[in-house]
Ligand binder design. Structure first.
Ligand SMILES: [Fe+2]
Length: 152
């Protein structure tokens, strides 16, 4: 295992609080997006968005718990402005793909922060979340017919 000499627990906690804010924001965005879908596929797409909404809530809970486990305080800074633009099912899935890609990128950055630090709880958590978010991205890509196996 490589060592991560620049690692700081405070920095990891700061990143975790950013992740917490992002998951909470995403949960609200999914909720909002699901009300805006118009068209014949509304029922199917709403179901997908609701599942994603629930998953982001679960992730927010998990991030909060990790913060507490490593001795921090969950204090997300949330600043959200939502528009009421109606969209088609495909547009909603494209938006969802942006949310999931952003989550994947954020967890990858977090993994960079904690990898090789010896902070095993956080390293494992980061790896697990990168795997889960990668799956979400590829599921949405498949729904959109733009799956790209083996590439970013
Ligand atoms: Fe996700």
């Amino acid at each position: 295992m490589t060592t991560n000499e620049s690692y700081s627990r405070d920095e990891a906690l700061r990143r975790l609080n950013e992740l917490l804010a992002e998951e909470m924001e995403a949960s609200i965005r999914y909720l909002h997006l699901s009300t805006l879908v118009q068209g014949i596929d509304r029922l199917v797409i709403q179901k997908v968005l609701k599942e994603n909404h629930e998953e982001t809530i679960e992730h927010a809970q998990q991030v909060s718990e990790k913060i507490i486990q490593v001795g921090g305080v969950p204090q997300p800074k949330i600043n959200l402005e939502l528009t009421g633009d109606k969209c088609t099912g495909i547009e909603a899935l494209q938006t969802a793909l942006l949310f999931e890609q952003a989550a994947l990128d954020a967890y990858k950055d977090f993994l960079d922060t904690v990898e090789g630090s010896g902070d095993v709880i956080l390293e494992e958590f980061a790896r697990q979340q990168v795997a889960i978010e990668s799956e979400h991205v590829s599921e949405l890509q498949m729904l959109l017919g733009e799956s790209s196996v083996g590439s970013e």
